[in-house]
Unconditional design. Structure first.
Lengths: 79, 659
């Protein structure tokens, strides 16, 4: 099994694939509806400060996720 | 969910069809709405909600088309107020045609809502807006193929330039008249089988026709509590049991909640569609906007940029507001003296009512309008350019402590000019809970009228540093109240999941149109209310109510705050306009130099009471319009309580320091 990371642990410009959403049902559904479903490719645009929001590029548009949300998205790096 | 008959508007004579605009936020939906309906629109709130409702009419040949602009939403799952409103409206009000507006530059995310709308099986048209921006980004969309794949008409559009509007209206009219219903999307085998068995189980349930059965089945698989409630109401406990079983099966085979399984299925459908209709060439010149983007959100550059923007904004509001205010006053002055001469012979109580009403009118014209006009222009400028969401990101970490997101700072900062625009500005805050906290806090921000009291009393008699200390105290108080509110208010803090729209150059034409429409609402609703309200207070004063109230308050003022009784009348008048508290204070005391009748301690306590105790009448009216009367009353009672606590505490503490 490859190493799982949470979305807040990455640096700018990295490309990852969503593996698992680890929140409550409401949060997980909302993330999925915004296009963050398991298997989706995500590119980190930038992190805004430590414990600040993370900006990501997903499915052709830019999303910002609060730190608490980003922490719950488990991803793996893609080459 | 309740089933309502078609709203009264549909029986309006001459309305041919009713059209509902639906789509994500930031897709130019409200711009399209403005371009379509022009000056015929009305802006209010959805009943019982703080979400804005915009409706209007457009004439196409002999036909009048009613247009409603539904709140921006990303899905129909009813997670937010906005989504719930959209869904309820589309299902129960039955518009003749749904016009789904999507952003050509973010087709994938936008089509998610489109698929959910198709499931409602109502006549529908897809409008692809921002075609020019998509072209600039190297995105080409095969309109005909998309139309064929979705089974509904698709119209390209550039709303800011009015391109595609006539097509939208013509096609909508045609679709609405034919009443053609689209086919809902087909999922994978596993989900389709689950839907089929649910449909079979639901066969005999007396579900009203407005709710498509297939949609209900899908929603049950997604575990939608509102739909479950409705099915239970129609005696479908067996259906609910089956749905539970099927959800369990889906979750077991995928290892995720069923709602995520279905969302994933929708996105894989969308992936197949977009790969067929969309070609993306990597654009050459993206670096410039990327750089600007970077500057706006990085702490090291973003904070200075925001500070600069805010100081420009505040100074322009003070400058433009001040200029407009004195101009209006200059024009009004001769009218005053002529009017004063005309009513001279009237009985005194009539004179006081009339002058009270004039006071209200003048307050409306010289305080409210001058600050609201520049406020709206700048707000829309910030909103349409895409800067606002970036401010939100930049400040998210700090505002979190009050349970707010970054953009809540904006109305609060604007409150320093006038609390009225601050109250209105609270609508940019994302959640209902956030709007409640922000509106209450905005009432405590020292506005320019309050600054007059602080500077005119404390600054003049005690010193600038004491005045500054009071200012700082007020700001600390705002943070404290925010902190406490976040802890005592029920409901969860909304997790930040936000789309960041591209930075774009806003259209001045659109901004001016939007500004005028909002301003018009104020001219015709708030100003008349303010005029009547002021007249009423003046009347109560004339018949001796305020005198009696002041006498009753006398002992209370002394016992609670150590203040002389004559301060009650100024405090009562402070409700009309905060700076009146200062003007009336000198009048009530009957001296020019207030040091003769008030100690420093009393001055400080009086100032604190004045700035906190209640929002002024104009703010109260704005608040009631934005948040509803009940909440406006609740907020005002909260500030009265707060003033009591702060006033008596400061009196007690200060008596120890200065006599």
């Amino acid at each position: 099994m490859t190493d799982l990371l949470s979305l807040d642990m990455l640096s700018d410009g990295e490309e990852v694939e969503v593996v698992k959403l680890a929140g409550g049902r409401g949060l997980v559904t909302r993330l999925a509806e915004m296009g963050i479903t398991p298997g989706t490719r995500v590119k980190i645009i930038r992190r805004i400060g430590s414990k600040g929001p993370v900006e990501i590029y997903v499915r052709g548009s830019t999303l910002a996720l609060g730190w608490g949300v980003a922490r719950r998205i488990m991803v793996k790096r893609v080459k | 969910m309740c089933i309502r008959r078609r709203s009264a508007l549909s029986i309006d004579r001459g309305v041919a069809i009713r059209l509902a605009l639906a789509g994500n936020a930031n897709v130019g939906k409200s711009t399209l709405f403005n371009m379509l309906t022009g000056g015929s629109q009305h802006i209010g709130n959805w009943p019982g909600k703080t979400v804005e409702k915009a409706e209007g009419y457009v004439k196409l040949g002999p036909n009048i088309i009613y247009v409603v602009d539904l709140p921006g939403s990303y899905s129909l799952s009813a997670y937010s107020e906005e989504e719930l409103i959209v869904r309820e409206y589309l299902l129960t009000e039955e518009p003749d045609v749904i016009v789904n507006v999507v952003d050509a530059t973010a087709l994938e995310r936008n089509l998610y809502l489109t698929l959910q709308l198709l499931e409602l099986e109502k006549p529908m048209v897809l409008v692809i807006n921002l075609m020019d921006e998509a072209r600039r980004k190297g995105i080409e969309i095969d309109i005909d193929l998309l139309s064929k794949l979705l089974g509904i008409p698709v119209i390209p559009c550039i709303a800011t330039r009015g391109i595609g509007l006539i097509d939208i209206l013509n096609v909508s009219l045609k679709v609405a008249r034919e009443g053609s219903r689209p086919k809902p999307p087909i999922y994978g085998l596993e989900v389709e089988e689950a839907i089929a068995s649910l449909l079979a189980e639901m066969k005999d349930l007396p579900i009203p026709e407005v709710y498509p059965r297939r949609w209900i089945a899908v929603r049950l698989l997604e575990d939608d509590p509102k739909v479950e409630e409705m099915i239970a109401m129609f005696g479908g406990s067996k259906v609910l049991g089956l749905a539970d079983l099927l959800r369990g099966k889906l979750e077991e085979s995928h290892g995720e909640p069923s709602s995520v399984v279905i969302a994933s299925e929708r996105y894989s459908l969308i992936g197949r569609i977009s790969s067929q209709v969309q070609t993306v060439r990597i654009p050459m010149k993206q670096s410039i906007t990327d750089r600007i983007d970077d500057i706006t959100v990085r702490t090291s550059t973003g904070i200075p940029l925001l500070t600069l923007t805010l100081s420009l904004l505040l100074s322009s509001m003070f400058f433009v507001g001040g200029f407009l205010s004195s101009t209006i006053e200059y024009i009004l002055n001769p009218i005053y003296s002529i009017g004063g001469g005309l009513i001279e012979t009237f009985p005194p109580w009539i004179i006081s009512i009339i002058s009270g009403m004039v006071y209200g009118l003048v307050a409306g014209l010289t305080v409210v309008i001058p600050y609201i006009l520049p406020f709206y222009v700048t707000l829309f400028l910030l909103e349409d350019s895409g800067y606002l969401p970036r401010v939100s990101l930049l400040l998210d970490r700090y505002m979190h402590r009050m349970g707010l997101h970054g953009r809540a700072l904006l109305p609060l900062i604007l409150g320093f000019t006038c609390n009225v625009p601050a109250c209105i500005g609270c609508r940019i805050v994302e959640s209902e809970r956030g709007r409640i906290i922000t509106s209450l806090l905005s009432l405590l921000i020292p506005c320019s009228a309050r600054s007059i009291v602080v500077l005119g009393l404390i600054g003049r008699y005690i010193g600038v540093y004491t005045a500054l200390a009071i200012y700082i105290f007020e700001i600390i108080l705002v943070f404290l109240v925010g902190f406490v509110m976040d802890r005592i208010l029920p409901g969860e803090r909304l997790a930040l999941i936000m789309e960041v729209p591209s930075l774009r150059i806003p259209s001045l034409n659109v901004i001016l149109r939007k500004t005028w429409l909002r301003l018009r609402e104020y001219l015709f609703i708030v100003i008349p209310t303010l005029t009547l309200g002021s007249g009423t207070v003046a009347f109560m004063d004339a018949v001796g109510v305020s005198e009696a109230l002041a006498t009753a308050l006398d002992r209370f003022m002394n016992a609670a705050f150590g203040l002389p009784g004559f301060v009650s009348i100024p405090l009562i008048f402070g409700f009309l306009r905060k700076e009146l508290a200062l003007i009336m204070l000198a009048q009530a005391a009957g001296v020019d130099d207030l040091r003769l009748v008030l100690t420093y301690r009393q001055m400080i306590v009086f100032t604190l009471l004045t700035v906190i105790y209640i929002p002024c009448l104009a703010t109260f009216i704005a608040l009631a319009r934005e948040q509803g009367l009940k909440r406006a009353l609740a907020f005002s009672s909260t500030t009265i309580m707060l003033a009591f606590i702060v006033g008596s505490a400061s009196n007690a503490i200060l008596s120890l320091i200065i006599p």
